[in-house]
Write a protein that binds this ligand. Structure first.
Ligand code: 2HG
Ligand code: ZN
Length: 460
């Protein structure tokens, strides 16, 4: 460590693992966005809460920014370190600490992968229900920092709903023990919920107590081919009415094109404008009959042109791959990502307006729509044409974002549904939050992090 500040840190916290190896700086300085060149000062791997506190106090003393780092699967630049920050990786704090069968709560360290949390719940015969494609590599601390959503929000809500307690080191190095697993706690401001979704700008989550639930009964997975968006909304309304839904996801023919090119299996002979993957309870014969009646009605009404139902787990996984494999299949095309939400009822009008704007202004762009239609959450990925350089492409996409922001405003929507503001959507925060709200956010940030060292430049 040639930097005297780092030598001091190493002396103060002998158990802290530190690295300035160029490979580590590169790897830990970025997330799934590839727009910013990573340039952190160093990477620190604490293995205890005390070390996290020590790092934060050191950062205050030296005015060094801290970027908390989980699985770095973020899509908004929230975990990018491009300006000499210290990246604090939670990789070494990745254990399950406790399970209480009476409270049905699981206490974990922040660096545990989401999938490991799901597995730990399963070992207890229970379910941690938040789930999405990055579950194998994303970490619970990052899920909490972004209030991650995913594919089962329609049934179980966002991460926020499952956090019963949080230990947090604030921007001054203070340790807070928030809510302690209580179900009822009417004692003033719930600071736990302020931390959830704060994108690492207030403090570092160092322990989380998660509520578990009973696993759902056996389910069925169905794929539907849908001719039009209006029909798709009718299918959704009918599915929600007749079935107990666990997921209701959609994607377009362009999304299918890319996921097939990436090795997935073609589901139907013909192509269709839209597809739905839905999963619902099917514990008994009655539930299965309800599912068939639902499918029959959709066919009779002409809302659905074709359908497939998974007969076993392998087929269910193959149908889910068509939806969950989309992000990975688009990655080689360096997509510019949008993650927006409107009220469910506003989805068709919003989509029609955006599609018209995109077709008129950007006919040469391959625009891929998919997402959590049952939550009003749409992912719009614009793919980079191979002949366009990155900077020009991003600049052109930001014009599209301006159109998007206007259209969203008309429909009362949000520029970020579940990925967060980070760096990517920061210029448009003012389109969804009022000046008064942003002033309050800044005030809160100043109290929690008076020296502005916590994930500087992100969100605000
Ligand atoms: C998903 O729903 C994720 O698959 C990623 O939120 C969305 O890649 C995206 O734009
Ligand atoms: Zn999503």
């Amino acid at each position: 460590m040639t930097d005297p500040r780092l030598s001091e840190l190493a002396r103060q916290l002998p158990a802290l693992k530190l690295s300035t190896d160029p490979g580590d700086l590169e790897h830990h300085g970025r997330d799934w966005t590839r727009r910013w060149a990573p340039a952190p000062l160093a990477i620190a791997w604490p293995s205890s809460i005390e070390d996290v506190q020590g790092v934060v106090r050191w950062a205050n003393a030296h005015g060094v920014g801290i970027v908390p780092s989980g699985g770095r699967t973020g899509l908004s630049g929230g975990a990018v370190a491009a300006h000499g920050e210290l990246v604090v990786s939670l990789d070494r704090m990745n254990r399950v600490l406790a399970f209480d069968p009476i409270d049905r709560i699981l206490t974990v360290q922040p660096g545990i992968a989401l999938e490991a949390v799901q597995n730990a719940a399963q070992e207890q015969g229970l379910l941690y229900p938040v789930s999405f494609a990055a579950r194998g590599s994303c970490q619970i601390g990052g899920n909490i920092a972004t209030n991650a959503g995913g594919i089962r929000v329609i049934r179980y809500g966002n991460t926020r709903q499952w956090v019963a307690g949080l230990k947090v080191v604030t921007g001054t190095g203070e340790l807070l023990d928030l809510n302690r697993g209580l179900i009822k706690n009417a004692s003033g401001y719930d600071l736990r919920h302020l931390v959830i979704g704060s994108e690492g700008t207030l403090g570092i989550v160092v322990e989380a107590t998660l509520t578990l639930t009973s696993p759902p009964p056996a389910s069925q997975v169905m794929l539907l081919a849908v001719p039009a968006m209006d029909a798709l909304m009718k299918v959704f309304a009918e599915a929600r009415h007749r079935l107990r839904l666990e997921a209701f996801e959609f994607f377009t023919d362009r999304a299918l094109h890319h996921v097939l090119a990436h090795g997935a299996q073609r589901p139907f002979d013909d192509t269709h404008p839209f597809y739905v993957v839905t999963e619902f309870d099917a514990a008994d014969e009655q539930a299965e009959a309800d599912a068939l009646a639902f499918f029959g009605l959709c066919m009779d009404e002409g809302w659905v042109a074709d359908g497939a139902i998974a007969a076993n787990e392998a087929q269910a996984a193959a149908l889910w791959r068509l939806r969950e494999g989309i992000t990975e299949s688009l990655a080689p095309h360096k997509p510019y990502k949008n993650d927006v939400s409107v009220r469910i009822s506003a989805v068709p009008a919003f989509m029609a307006e955006m599609e018209a704007l995109l077709a008129e202004g950007y006919p040469h762009f391959d625009v891929v729509w998919f997402g959590h239609i049952g939550d009003g959450n749409l992912h719009i990925n614009v793919l980079k044409p191979t002949d366009l350089d990155n900077a020009t492409f991003v600049a052109q996409c930001e014009h599209v974002t301006a159109l998007l922001v206007d259209t969203l405003a008309r429909h009362g929507g949000s520029i970020s549904a579940e990925h967060g503001i980070g760096l990517v959507k920061k210029p448009w925060l003012g389109s969804v939050r009022s000046d008064a709200e942003i002033a309050l956010m800044r005030g809160i940030k100043a109290v929690w992090d008076p020296r502005g060292i916590m994930n500087p430049g992100k969100l605000l």
